[in-house]
Ligand binder design. Structure first.
Ligand code: SAH
Length: 351
């Protein structure tokens, strides 16, 4: 019989199993402490358990690990890691050092079911959802890279890697809750951001669950016709549905909302587009911020990044409406680690 993944069973089940073995139930919290907080991957490292119990655990359960298949460092310091999962699937995570910030960008699915035209992951199939431990382990692994490569602790975590987090809702929430939990990484939710292509129903669910982490919405066009063209998910999650969901989200959580907007040359960077973007974002009735992200060219599509003068005029219009706008330069482009470039294209590992 296949061994069970110990991090997939509930604490109550682990307690029952321990009691069946003639062990005390409090061992469950010791075991979970080793697994989550200390991140060990071998039973023999569980120093406060008897040899006999470690043997029984090994017979019954497995500890699934995330291993680093390859890792590449960009000229700008960005590190991309390809993580191998227990079933040999690969997902990518990125560490982005920038001044005092050390940001981990982590994945939520193997591939993606959305087909955003400008995103390399969108051209892969969605193979499966990541489980909570796989989400958590990426954050831990990247935190370790930050400490070993830069001697600096991780400061931020963004769910902006492969996949659509809100289409893997339960596992993403459980993974984030572990990152926040004192029994996990003990992080503040304020340093975590979830980015979504916009699944209205699930944005409302985030509100009902009263999340305390930050929300970012990949908008990229504030016009349904244009957004349908580049993000087919908009056909069923229209701007008006998103507006309603975001208003609800703000009313319930009082969290600021960030909008991500790639300015594509000749598509969504005119003054009229800026006016629509201002109108849409101001209609949410929440404190908001707009991040204009540089387009990172991908092989599958032929979009072009907006020209500097157009971008300046676009930004100026938004600022004239008192909106907070940041232009985000992309990082890690030379190693395909930038936003939208994650598609498991590692250079062959060096021998
Ligand atoms: N599915 C989620 C999270 C992953 S994408 C989402 O859509 O938000 C993270 C961010 O990178 C999103 O804002 C996405 O639109 C953006 N992105 C995708 N492809 C890109 C590209 N080629 N260049 C720049 N940003 C891109």
């Amino acid at each position: 019989m296949a061994k069970k993944d110990i991090r997939k069973i509930k604490t109550s089940e682990l307690k029952t199993w321990l009691e069946e073995q003639g062990e005390k139930a409090f061992r469950a919290s010791q075991i979970e402490d080793w697994l989550w907080k200390k991140g060990i991957t071998h039973w023999d490292e569980m120093a406060n358990l008897s040899k006999e119990l470690r043997r029984k655990l090994d017979e019954e359960f497995e500890i699934r690990k995330l291993t680093i298949a390859t890792s590449q460092k960009s000229e700008d310091g960005t590190v991309k890691a390809a993580f191998r999962l227990y079933d040999s699937n690969i997902v990518e995570g990125v560490l982005i050092p920038s001044g005092e910030r050390m940001t981990a960008c982590i994945s939520s699915q193997v591939g993606c079911s959305l087909t955003c035209k400008f995103c390399a992951t969108g051209y892969m199939d969605r193979k499966r959802n990541l489980d909570p431990a796989e989400i958590y382990d990426q954050a831990r692994a990247i935190a370790r890279i930050a400490e070993t490569e830069f001697e600096h602790p991780l400061t931020n975590i963004v769910m902006m890697g492969m996949g659509e987090p809100l289409l893997n809702y339960a596992n993403v929430m459980e993974g984030i809750n572990r990152i926040i939990s004192p029994e996990g990484m003990g992080w503040s939710p304020k340093r975590i951001t979830l980015s979504t292509a916009g699944i209205a129903k699930m944005i409302k669910k985030l509100a009902d669950d009263e999340v305390r982490f930050n929300l970012a919405l990949s908008l990229h066009a504030a016009d349904d016709e244009k957004r349908n063209q580049i993000m087919p998910i908009n056909e069923t999650n229209t701007l008006s549905a998103l507006k309603e969901a975001l208003r609800y989200f703000y009313q319930k959580t009082k969290n600021q909302i960030t909008f991500e907007y790639i300015a594509f040359h000749g598509i969504n960077e005119s003054q009229e587009d800026a006016a629509k973007l201002a109108k849409f974002t101001l209609s949410i009735g929440a404190p908001i911020k707009i991040n204009i992200i540089e387009y990172n060219p991908i092989a599958e599509a032929d979009f072009v990044n907006a020209h500097a003068d157009r971008l300046d005029a676009f930004k100026a219009y938004l600022e004239s409406k008192r909106l907070i706008v940041n232009i985000r330069r992309s990082r890690g482009k030379d190693i395909d680690a930038a936003c939208g470039q994650l598609a498991n294209k590692q250079k062959p590992a060096e021998a």
